[in-house]
Design a protein around this ligand. Structure first.
Ligand code: PBG
Length: 326
């Protein structure tokens, strides 16, 4: 009989020893919970492809976020769906726009909550693209001026952090300059530095009503085939002043997440996007996967690959599960 020289199973024998040698841990401190905010009162529209998530009016958002905080969630990221969309996405740069109003209300009701804003125009433009259109393309430098207006508005209405997601060249530098000039030198930027043109955003575009009305986002978001380009994107954003670098989506791009974390050693975020969430929900609803087990396994894999922070639609459920598991 062959007897092995090495016995890795010694440290897997029972729950105690497994816990003692576990290398990666999840907690509610890791999570950022995304919210979709709509105008009105008492609104709680279910998002079909994202079970458990809703388009919420500001009053409902406050109630929901209060419960999330009780589960240990510290941070949320806001996406706005305006009353009216127009070619310039003007709701996004108005002090009476949906995000401005949500910020003021949230900071007043829940001052302890850390509120991040998504900085982009696709939810606010009638054409659904992420900035200023010139013909059929998004005009880069004109969009930068719009992004500067948007972050000024977010900052003065109380955002704790801004997160530009439009993949415009120079967006981090432009935003840093606008914030510094306005007296917000201490407001951090989490850049969606490495954001792929991904099919996994499908459910989000229903939730945020932000699908492009023509074409796609391949002229500004990254080609899923590219890895070295991701390193350049991250390096440039760090150079321009990003405080946190994000990779998005998460699970299909764990190799990229790992490379970014290893190469730059920056606080690194991963966005487990709507499609990643929806796949797990759908399979679990069919009885094909064990929901809680796969939820936690997906999150630990993202953490293990290098994420310090995880934006995830599972934030609440995972926080709840982690709490009861202790
Ligand atoms: C753009 C933005 C998108 C997501 C976050 N910010 C959509 C897009 O690029 O089309 C997607 C997030 C998700 O799928 O959960 N403002």
């Amino acid at each position: 009989m062959y007897t092995p020289e090495y016995r890795m199973r010694r440290l897997r024998a029972n729950a105690n020893i497994r816990a003692l040698v576990r290398e990666t841990h999840l907690s509610a401190d890791d999570f950022i919970l995304p919210y979709f905010v709509v105008p009105g009162k008492g609104k709680r529209h279910p998002i079909k492809s994202m079970p458990g998530h809703f388009q919420l009016s500001i009053d409902e958002l406050i109630a929901d976020a209060r419960q999330a905080m009780e589960l240990g969630i510290r941070a949320v990221i806001l996406f706005g769906i305006p009353e009216h969309k127009d070619p310039l996405g003007s709701d996004a740069t108005s002090d009476e726009g949906i995000i401005s109003r949500a910020l003021r209300a949230l900071k007043e009701a829940l001052p302890e909550l850390y509120v991040i804003t998504d900085v982009c125009f696709c939810e606010y433009t009638d054409h659904g693209h992420c900035g200023l259109l010139h013909g059929n393309d998004v005009e880069n430098d004109g969009t930068l001026a719009m992004l500067q207006d948007q972050v000024r508005v977010h900052a003065r209405n109380g955002a704790d952090m801004v997160a530009p997601s439009g993949m415009m060249d120079g967006m981090v530098g432009a935003i840093r300059e606008a914030l510094d000039d306005e007296g917000y030198a201490n407001l951090p930027i989490m850049s969606y530095a490495v954001k792929y043109a991904s099919g996994f955003y499908g459910p989000f575009r229903d939730a945020a009503e932000s699908a492009p009305q023509f074409g796609d986002r391949s002229s500004y978001q990254m080609d899923p085939a590219n890895g070295n380009e991701a390193m350049r994107e991250a390096a440039i954003d760090i150079e321009e002043g990003a405080d946190i670098i994000m990779v998005k989506p998460a699970m299909p791009y764990l190799d990229i997440l790992h490379r970014v974390r290893e190469e730059f050693g920056m606080p690194t975020a991963a966005y487990q996007v709507s499609g990643e969430f929806a796949m797990i929900k759908a399979a679990a609803a069919n009885g094909w996967l064990d929901h809680d087990r796969v939820m936690l396994e997906s999150l630990i894999s993202i953490k293990r690959a290098g994420a310090d922070l995880i934006l995830t639609y599972f934030a609440r459920e995972a926080a709840e599960k982690l709490r009861t598991a202790q």
